[in-house]
Design a binder for this molecule. Structure first.
Ligand SMILES: C[S@@+](CC[C@H](N)C(=O)[O-])C[C@H]1O[C@@H](n2cnc3c(N)ncnc32)[C@H](O)[C@@H]1O
Ligand code: SF4
Length: 448
């Protein structure tokens, strides 16, 4: 096997995205509503936390999408959902000590902007009353440009919106046909204009590479149209084809998917074009203009990673609201019931809807910190990160050395500093630090 083809295999390996440590598939029922309530009550009254409200509904169901979301034509489920979110906020308010403020509020999905303006206003007011935001809080939302209008933009502006993330994926009509998502460039440009007219100037665009029928020429054309919109940030995710998990992906024409080598070329082409146009690469899949908070955080070693991916959010507590939402506390993770019905039932019974989670040990914290620094900076000082948690660096140094002996060209270790040679390999190295090893089929499992 040549180095290039071996590396392609590595890139295709199914490794966690490490948006948390440990990944959410290792959560168990050891954490329930009582533990989550204890963790919430133990937050310091002067703490600054982040809030995340999950809206798991969409008007359209794009075939490529791996997000947990449900389609709805009527607004009735949205009204029911919002009633329950307000009840959940009241529960949280009752548990949090007086004085806790929000440094960040994020509305994610699904499609949060499926909520009519009136419901968005109610949600904004509910969030702000439950955990008042600080003066310079970041208030952000994920927007589907096909699901937004002036009343909803007005409601978001009234909420104090400071950032918006706009879903595009690809502008090419052939690619759009193959992924079941049609979205003209005009509707996207109108969304950008509507946001800027309301003084929301911090904008991100989501794109995907590795889509069916995507060619270098088509991707370049999409990128050029995105550059015309001049967003501060661009997220260019590698399309994850996981039809056994996201069943609607069975509609994706597999024969038209670019292979591993073609994906690398697409990614590299985008990287060159974006850097030529002044964007700085951030981590594995983000680009930002040099003045943007994310580029600054990356430059100064302050970039973080959470369930939304890369973030500038520094809070050590994240309170997740809504079906399937995950909260992170200093003591561990707590996840709400994933199904909307089950989440609503628990909230209607006036209790937190936590059904799974994870209690962190000092070793987990050290391993998580090494992986987070690798994912954010490409470098991790293993002894220093372990010392901060009071644990021995020996097992992690051992795993690092073993990874390098097996895969010498993807990382180096000097004075305990583990560095990847390219962000393309960082998840592979992170998986080794996590104690996972690759089987012959390109799948990862816990090493013995
Ligand atoms: C919640 S959606 C975006 C908001 C909004 N619903 C929209 O479609 O515009 C979050 C993002 O996840 C990414 N995503 C969804 N499915 C994916 C997949 N299979 N592989 C990689 N990224 C994916 C897409 O880039 C998408 O914009
Ligand atoms: S990409 Fe957005 S609109 Fe499409 S199904 Fe996923 S969450 Fe819904």
């Amino acid at each position: 096997m040549t180095t290039a083809s071996r590396n392609t295999t590595l890139l295709d390996a199914r490794v966690p995205r490490y948006t948390s440590y440990p990944p959410a598939n290792r959560f168990t029922d050891a954490v329930g509503a009582e533990t989550a309530a204890d963790w919430m009550a133990a937050i310091s009254p002067d703490a600054r936390v982040s809030l995340y409200a999950h809206i798991p509904f969409c008007r359209r169901l794009c075939w490529f999408c791996a997000c947990r979301t449900q389609g709805t034509r009527s607004d009735a489920p949205l009204h029911r959902y919002l009633d329950h979110l307000e009840d959940e906020l009241a529960l949280v308010r009752g548990l949090l000590p007086e004085g806790v403020r929000a440094d960040a509020i994020h509305l994610g999905g699904g499609t949060p902007t499926i909520l009519p303006g009136e419901l968005l206003s109610r949600l904004g007011n509910g969030l702000r009353e439950a955990v008042p935001p600080t003066e310079d809080a970041e208030i952000s939302v994920e927007i589907d440009p096909c699901e937004i209008d002036a009343p909803r933009l007005d409601a978001l502006a009234a909420m104090g919106l400071t950032r918006a993330s706009i879903g595009v994926q690809d502008f090419d009509p052939v690619v759009q046909d193959a992924i079941g998502r049609h979205q003209g460039a005009e509707v996207t440009a109108a969304t950008v204009e509507g946001l800027r007219a309301r003084n929301v100037n911090s904008l991100n665009v989501d794109l995907l590479y590795g889509l069916p029928h995507q060619t270098v020429a088509r991707l370049i054309s999409t990128l050029e149209r995105v550059l015309d919109l001049a967003p501060d940030r661009i997220a260019l995710y590698g399309y994850a084809h996981v039809p056994w998990m996201a069943r609607r992906q069975k509609l994706i024409p597999e024969a038209a998917l670019p292979d591993g080598e073609a994906r690398i070329v697409l990614n590299q082409t985008a990287r060159e074009l974006l850097t030529r146009n002044g964007y700085v690469p951030v981590g594995i899949d983000h680009y930002a203009l040099p003045h943007d908070k994310m580029a600054v955080a990356a430059r100064t070693g302050k970039l973080r990673r959470n369930f939304q991916g890369y973030t500038t959010d520094r809070a050590d507590t994240l309170i997740g609201l809504g079906a399937s939402a995950i909260s992170r506390f200093p003591g561990g993770y707590a996840q709400n019931a994933p199904a909307t019905g089950a989440w609503q039932e628990r909230i209607a019974a006036r209790r937190l809807a936590t059904t799974r989670g994870y209690v962190l040990t000092d070793e987990d914290r050290a391993c998580g910190a090494i992986i987070e620094r690798l994912m954010c900076d490409g470098v991790a000082d293993i002894p220093a990160l372990c010392a901060a948690e009071g644990v021995s660096p020996v097992p992690y140094l051992h795993r690092a050395r073993r990874a390098i002996s097996e895969l010498p060209d993807i990382a180096s270790l000097e004075d305990g500093r583990l560095a990847v040679t390219s962000f393309a390999y960082v998840r592979i190295v992170a998986a080794r630090i996590d104690g996972l090893s690759m089987s012959g089929k390109g799948r990862y499992s816990m090493a013995s």
